[in-house]
Design a protein around this ligand. Structure first.
Ligand SMILES: C[S@@+](CC[C@H](N)C(=O)[O-])C[C@H]1O[C@@H](n2cnc3c(N)ncnc32)[C@H](O)[C@@H]1O
Length: 239
């Protein structure tokens, strides 16, 4: 897949597709490459771009509320997620976190209990070019924990995450991390209590706040528009 970019307009297309907009019609060449400039029949110019994580966040079909790139970044930074990692993830939802981890090169097994969501997530993994590394399994993770072990990282974005956190030592390799995203602080507290119950170490919770800066003619300051808070991230470690 490629992106065609014109100003702040973007279209995700496959080579060979036809783009039809008010800017004209454009046939995407089979060999379209990043940086190439293509013109519609009305002479409007588009630049070809290869989609990366934030582009996929914008263009994936959405089901479960996708994780924001800033939260993905904190998970990767805090846990050191890398290309040699085996990651267990739930729930897949839209698959933003799973796709980012796949693009890093990690092998991801992600559980989604809602079959229609899992089907969309598989298509999103195709779009992201990571379906060889990210397996979307249609199932409830809490019911499959007995058969899972040897993961470097467990990432959870579900209401029932505490039930998995408590069992994390059975699923993680020594030194492995569990990371829990919670939209509400009550969810974080439950995750922390489960981590304590499960005997995990290094238990920490952070609120994610990000402020964009505006550089105007009169001066520079944090943007006054927009919500900086996204959620809470709890991390813990097995041994
Ligand atoms: C908020 S979304 C996850 C979004 C995802 N992290 C992303 O970046 O796109 C939560 C998803 O978890 C699924 N889910 C909740 N509990 C689950 C469980 N125990 N096992 C598997 N999937 C679960 C829900 O169906 C929902 O699609």
């Amino acid at each position: 897949m490629i992106l065609l970019v014109h100003g702040d307009r973007e279209y995700l297309l496959a080579p060979g597709d036809e783009l039809q907009t008010d800017l004209g019609v454009l046939d995407v060449p089979e060999d379209a490459s990043p940086g190439q400039r293509l013109e519609t029949h009305l002479g409007e110019e588009f630049v070809v771009r290869e989609p990366r994580g934030p582009d996929l966040f914008n263009h994936f079909e959405r089901t479960g509320a996708p994780m924001m790139p800033r939260d993905v970044g904190l998970i990767v930074g805090h846990t050191g997620a890398s290309a040699t990692d085996r990651v267990l993830d739930a729930g897949t939802g839209t698959g933003v976190l799973a796709a980012y981890l796949g693009r890093i090169g990690a092998s991801v097994l992600t559980f989604e209990r809602e079959p229609s969501f899992a089907a969309v997530a598989r298509e999103n993994m195709e779009l992201a070019g990571v379906s060889d590394r990210v397996e979307v399994r249609t199932d409830d993770l809490t019911e499959r924990l007995d058969s899972l072990s040897g993961f470097d990282l467990v990432t959870l974005d579900t209401e029932d995450a505490p039930a998995v956190v408590e069992r994390a030592p059975d699923v993680l390799v020594p030194g492995g991390f569990v990371a829990v995203y919670s939209p509400f602080v009550e969810g974080s507290r439950a995750a922390v209590e489960a981590a304590r119950e499960g005997g995990l170490s290094g238990i920490e919770t952070y609120e994610t706040i990000q402020r964009r800066m505006d550089f105007g003619d009169r001066g520079s300051r944090p943007a006054t528009a927009g919500v900086g808070h996204t959620g809470y991230l709890t991390f813990a470690r097995h041994e």
